[in-house]
Each structure stands twice: as structure tokens, then as C-alpha cells.
Design a binder for this molecule. Structure first.
Ligand SMILES: [Zn+2]
Length: 88
């Protein structure tokens, strides 16, 4: 319920917030990644998300800055070095 309220508020203000750095992104922009569900390592533990409720329904969406935070979170979880910034 709390997450639905948060998502609703985001939609009303037409912004979404990065889970990692809390930066606000305009909902119509393409400068963020929205994860509808979970990203798991193999068939085991979830790395990003935990977005389904106890009834397996989508309860929330994970938002990350596209060129920085999404890759930072993946790097942190997998302990590998990948980047979305081609200049890096
Ligand atoms: Zn961010």
C-alpha cells in the first residue's frame, strides 16, 4: 500500500526517483531505467527489484539513472566493471 502511494505520487508529479541517488527524472524522459520486476543472478537471489507482492503481483517499479546508477548497482552486486558511458 505504501509503495502504491509512492508510485501514485510520482505519477502525479510526472517524475520518478532514482533508487540509488534519489535524482528526479521526468517520467517522459529516456534518461532512466525502469525495472518492472526483478533482476536475478541465475535462478537464485534477486539483485534488483523485489517488486512483486506476496500474491506475485507487480507492487512497485525500480528506477535508476540510465548512464550511472543502473551500472553502478550492477557493478556493486556482481563485483564486475561495466559501464553505460562509452567515454569511460
Ligand atoms: Zn541515480
Amino acid at each position: 500500500m505504501k509503495e502504491e502511494k509512492k508510485l501514485y505520487k510520482s505519477l502525479v508529479t510526472e517524475c520518478v526517483e532514482c533508487e540509488f541517488c534519489k535524482k528526479q527524472h521526468l517520467i517522459d524522459s529516456k534518461d532512466y531505467i525502469a525495472v518492472y520486476g526483478n533482476i536475478c543472478e541465475g535462478m537464485h537471489g534477486g539483485l534488483i527489484g523485489n517488486n512483486f507482492d506476496e500474491n506475485k503481483r507487480l507492487a512497485r517499479i525500480s528506477i535508476f539513472c540510465k548512464k550511472t546508477c543502473f551500472f553502478q548497482v550492477i557493478n556493486n552486486m556482481l563485483d564486475i566493471k561495466i559501464t553505460g558511458d562509452k567515454k569511460a
